[in-house]
Design a protein around this ligand. Structure first.
Ligand code: PAF
Length: 294
């Protein structure tokens, strides 16, 4: 395993691989690697000759009352897991290496950032765009893989890559789930034993909403429904209510278009609809989503 802690070190390593004719896959992470990350690394390894994994808990994407300090930091174990999954290079910089001095530039994300998690985590996606933009310029990979679980992050980064002309293929890795359906997340380690038993219900309610929205979408395509958006909202509100009745505090359940992440108002055959949910269970904020193609 080759470990780079500074920007010149990672650039030299990547340049060497490139000169040897190797393609570079990249999996940016905040560490605390689990099977979900392992799947992203395996996808990168299947597509590219070399895989770089970055491990950096990015301060600029955490709000003042969020879990930046508490976020699990497990670098030694992460290196082992990344290696097992097929990565050969780790980039694990210190904060001062990435954020040298005062930053005078902020990103403004419009429609893609104002709904779903963007509504309750102001500034979060600006921080994500800031760090991934930096990492793309530092590592300059051919392919970068991000998980579907963070669908809003995925869509924003896909758009950022296109708008900022990064010559990088963005690939979506499927959500990896525990046997009971809970989407794997580094934050699942915060759940108490009791909360862990309740947690998979989030996916259950999401699936139920997904089935109902698919049914409605198919009816709409066959015979357009005037009140489609109201009916979709009712399904989402019912799912929020179910969450609240089952020990969660729902933040949102929403059905949005994949392209602009805005509420679905009409549906055509072949459209991609994201049904996404966020809810707190105790102190842990869980997110999950389904992408429906109707
Ligand atoms: O998904 C994550 O772990 C982070 O948001 C990312 C993409 C590594 C940026 O810090």
């Amino acid at each position: 395993m080759e470990i780079a802690k500074t920007i010149p070190q990672i650039r030299t390593l990547v340049d060497e691989k490139r000169k040897a004719g190797k393609s570079i896959g990249f999996v940016p992470t905040m560490g605390a690697l689990h099977q979900g990350h392992a799947a992203l690394i395996k996808t990168a390894a299947a597509k590219c000759d070399e895989v770089v994994v970055s491990v950096f808990v990015n301060p600029t994407q955490f709000g003042p009352n969020e879990d930046f300090e508490a976020y699990p930091r497990t670098l030694e174990a992460d290196i082992e897991k990344a290696k097992e999954a097929g990565a050969r290079i780790i980039f694990c910089p210190e904060r001062s290496e990435v954020y040298g001095g005062k930053s005078f530039i902020q990103f403004e994300i419009t429609e893609l950032g104002n709904r779903l998690c963007g509504a309750s985590r102001p500034g979060h996606f600006n921080g994500v765009v800031q760090i991934v933009n930096k990492l793309f310029n530092i590592v300059r990979p051919d392919v970068a893989i991000f998980g579907q679980k963070d669908i809003q992050q995925f869509r924003i980064l896909e758009q950022m890559t296109a708008e900022f002309n990064h010559n990088i293929e963005i690939v979506m890795g499927e959500t990896v789930r525990a046997a009971d359906g809970l989407a794997l997340s580094s934050r699942n380690t915060y759940l108490s034993t009791e909360e862990r038993i309740t947690a998979p219900a989030l996916f259950g309610f999401l699936q139920q909403a997904g089935r109902e929205i698919t049914g409605l979408a198919l009816q709409h395509i066959a015979n357009p429904r005037e009140k489609l958006s109201t009916e979709i909202r009712e399904i989402c509100t019912k799912a929020e209510k179910r969450l609240n009745e089952n020990g969660f505090t729902a933040d949102y359940v929403e059905a949005v278009n994949y392209h602009d992440l805005q509420s679905v108002t009409t549906i055509n055959s072949g459209d991609r609809i994201v049904v996404a949910a966020a809810a707190k269970l105790g102190k842990t904020r869980l997110i999950d989503n389904l992408v429906l193609t109707v």
